[in-house]
Design a protein around this ligand. Structure first.
Ligand SMILES: C[S@@+](CC[C@H](N)C(=O)[O-])C[C@H]1O[C@@H](n2cnc3c(N)ncnc32)[C@H](O)[C@@H]1O
Length: 193
């Protein structure tokens, strides 16, 4: 894991949008406790969180969705370096097009793709999530704009509104149990009951 932390630092220094430290810690804690068999990661970037999840849950397999060919190439190299490439399958393309086609079930979904699309993705994510499965979503408080801690600039109002709808749908569904963590950019952890 030390190499993962070093690579995360290098990626952050290069401006890559990797999940922040405390949220990353919560992700790994949740994965360690759950020990999922099948993980879906929406927004893979260069693969570092995926590798960390697999190293913390030895029987897991990972399916990742990523739109950038360049990031996929870097992620594949990283999977190989860390000896997890045989446990990973990448679906290359736009999550908006791929998610409606998914028929497999997952017991852990890490949602970390484009923030403006979480609400649109939600029905597909919930139908891909097994009963008892976990949906872990990053950036749900979007810079403090959701929840009103920080006044939202006009250009981000649509994303903020979409994220509010996403959280409202999660927290009002009696078949889901959701905890929202006010850390960093905001994390929600939802269990499908
Ligand atoms: C925040 S990064 C993911 C970080 C990664 N989960 C981690 O923790 O290391 C978001 C990723 O989503 C990808 N992305 C953006 N729009 C997408 C889309 N429409 N479909 C699939 N992936 C997308 C970006 O290329 C970027 O690599």
């Amino acid at each position: 894991m030390e190499r993962i932390y070093a690579l995360r630092k290098a990626a952050k220094d290069l401006g890559e949008p990797v999940i922040r430290d405390a949220s990353f810690g919560l992700l790994l804690k949740t994965v360690r406790e759950k020990q999922p068999k099948k993980i879906l990661e929406i927004g893979v970037n260069v693969g570092l969180s995926g590798i960390a999840m697999l190293l913390n849950s030895p029987d897991s397999r990972l399916t990742g969705i990523e739109i950038s060919e360049e990031k996929i190439e870097a992620a594949r190299k990283n999977y190989e370096t860390f000896g997890v490439k045989d446990r990973v399958r990448i679906l290359s393309g736009d999550a908006s097009e791929i998610l409606p086609l998914i028929t497999a079930k997952y017991d852990f979904i890490f949602l970390d793709g484009p923030k403006g699309h979480y609400f649109e993705y939600l029905p597909h994510i919930l139908s891909a999530l097994d009963k008892g499965g976990i949906l872990f979503a990053d950036n749900v408080l979007f810079r403090g704009y959701v929840g009103g801690k920080v006044k939202v600039p006009h250009r981000h109002a649509t994303i903020k509104h979409g994220m509010e709808n996403f959280l409202k749908a999660l927290t009002s569904d009696k078949d889901l149990k959701t905890v929202v963590y006010d850390i960093e950019d905001g994390v929600s952890v939802t269990e499908k009951l």
